[in-house]
Write a protein that binds this ligand. Structure first.
Ligand code: C5P
Length: 280
């Protein structure tokens, strides 16, 4: 019998995000630079008689809206995987643009495949996209260039580990709303291009910080000015770069070294909640 398996499901940030055009299927083509970070959820999977999902955070739904459950159901439908008990230790805040639910789902796809159907591995990107646009990225992690809906992912050689601070304001942003706000603003963005992005990564990212922009920031900051204030606070505290992750609401800041990150964390801790992390 297959043993219990425990896997880490990392959060992601977006170093940059450009929303290009709205497609006939309602999604948007985009261009982004994904990055997994050390902040992670923990998932333990044990063979069981019936499917069960436990979560240590009572605010997370354990119904069919939970992406972990969707991943398990897809694996059962497609590859007849047996029932399992999934224990989810949540550390990544939900609705914060850090991809927690997507990462949990990707981790379950990979774990179930390894436990029961190794031959399913090549089909996982297809299943992942049925769950959400950024789930395929989490199958590879690290630093990756994303296009299409975000599911066309090209791994890049990652920069040396970069110290980060994350601030989670007490509000969350619906991704679908944020795309609508952008459509209403009628702002069109253009592609930076794979080769420029690769160069930025090879140069360690922080020297090109002014190019690492997120198209969602203006429309989200307009409605939630406290997020813009957090970004300004991060930069004033010495961050080499700061930006919103995904469609928000987490504000991320990157620092040249751990000492300056820790100094900024101490300075900012009275004004906002901050969590330290590293790129992975
Ligand atoms: O794919 P996912 O379920 O994560 O997307 C949530 C919502 O965000 C979609 O229903 C869609 O409204 C919007 N979206 C989009 N274009 C993308 C990704 C997401 O319009 N590339």
């Amino acid at each position: 019998m297959t043993e219990t398996v425990t896997v880490a499901a990392p959060a992601k940030i977006n170093w940059m995000l450009r929303v290009l055009d709205r497609r006939a299927d309602g999604y948007h083509n985009l261009e982004t630079l994904f990055q997994t970070i050390s902040l992670h959820d923990e998932i333990t999977i044990t063979p069981a008689e019936t499917f069960e999902l436990d979560c240590d955070d009572s605010t997370i739904p354990t119904s069919r809206d939970n992406l972990v459950l969707r991943a398990a159901i897809l694996m059962r439908e497609r590859f007849s995987t047996p029932p399992v008990r999934v224990q989810l230790r949540k550390r990544i805040p939900a609705g914060g643009g850090l991809g927690g639910g997507s990462s949990d789902a990707a981790a379950v796809l990979v774990a179930l495949s390894r436990m029961f159907v190794p031959q399913a591995e090549s089909h996982l990107p297809d299943l992942a996209l049925q769950i959400g646009s950024d789930v395929p990225f989490f199958l590879i992690g690290g630093t990756a260039y994303g296009t299409g809906r975000g599911e066309v992912v090209t791994p890049l050689p990652g920069p040396s580990p970069i110290p980060l601070l994350l601030s989670f304001p007490g509000v969350s942003v619906s991704t679908a709303d944020a795309f609508r706000w952008l459509d209403d603003s009628a702002k069109k963005s253009s592609r930076v291009g794979a080769s420029r992005i690769r160069d930025l990564v090879l140069n360690g990212l922080l020297d090109g910080a002014s190019e690492l922009t997120n198209d969602f920031e203006p429309v989200v900051f307009e409605r939630m000015p406290e997020l813009g204030a957090i970004k300004r606070g991060m930069l004033a505290a010495g961050a080499a770069w700061s930006g919103m992750s995904g469609s928000g609401s987490t504000i991320v800041a990157a620092f040249r070294d751990v000492a300056s990150r820790d100094e900024a964390a101490a300075r900012l801790s009275g004004q906002m909640n901050v969590v330290s992390a590293m790129t992975t």
